[in-house]
Design a protein around this ligand. Structure first.
Ligand code: PGA
Length: 219
């Protein structure tokens, strides 16, 4: 049950968010829950394909993702920067260079996310748009595993900069100065257009609109 009793918002808020949001969504929910102790939250963390399935089945109130789908009747609101960066081991020769042209990446092996992830989709588009072949050395289903593989010297990766915030081991990986990077993107909160947001969903939307500047990752 969802209620706005004497101005006290109560009820359950169901959010589905893509895996890469795990670096900021739980932190965002802290101050929100402190402000609305009557709201209880169910956060489902899945990759983009699973999230789109949940959206199609109308399983949640709100959806948080980096690559909203085309051709669906949805409302999308950007609420935070989501730059995509090129990562290399800190010891990689390219890590010392000021300017790297994108085609130079052609000969580098990449560690990529699984098909069905928004990150994978963005990488494939980035290489296709620039007509540069993507050499995949390894596919891993986790951003954390990818960062470790990069640190271990297995290859390069394109990841959301959100995956780097608050990481004490970040010195083992370097962000490369590749022309056209970081690719500027946003995080979006998405909802079906034909579904009136609940009182608690509206409270969260308002919260996002008002608070996210504080949480914008380093840029
Ligand atoms: P992912 O999604 O966690 O499925 O890669 C990220 C995104 O939508 O940008």
């Amino acid at each position: 049950t969802v209620a706005d009793f004497k101005g006290i918002k109560q009820g359950r808020l169901r959010i589905a968010a893509v895996t890469t949001t795990k670096y900021f969504m739980p932190r965002l929910l802290g101050p929100f829950c402190a402000q609305y102790p009557g709201i209880d939250i169910a956060l489902e963390v899945v990759n983009r394909d699973r999230l789109l399935e949940r959206l199609a089945r109308n399983q949640d109130d709100l959806y948080v993702m980096g690559v909203p789908p085309d051709g669906l009747d949805i409302v999308r609101e950007p609420f935070m920067d989501n730059p995509l960066v090129v990562l290399a081991p800190a010891s990689h020769p390219m890590a010392r260079r000021k300017r790297i042209r994108f085609p130079e990446l052609e000969n580098e092996p990449f560690i990529v996310r699984e098909r069905g992830s928004g990150t994978r989709l963005t990488i494939e588009r980035a290489f296709q748009e620039r007509s540069v072949p993507l050499k995949i050395r390894m596919e891993l289903g986790s951003n954390e595993a990818i960062k470790q593989a990069v640190a271990g010297g297995l290859g390069l990766a394109l990841l959301s900069q959100s995956t780097l915030s608050h990481d004490p081991n970040q010195s083992e990986v370097a962000i490369l100065n590749v022309e056209g990077f970081p690719i500027k993107r946003s995080w979006y909160v998405v909802r079906p257009r034909d579904k009136q947001p609940s009182v608690v969903a509206n409270a969260f939307l308002e919260f996002l609109r008002g608070h996210v500047q504080l949480l914008t990752p380093r840029s």
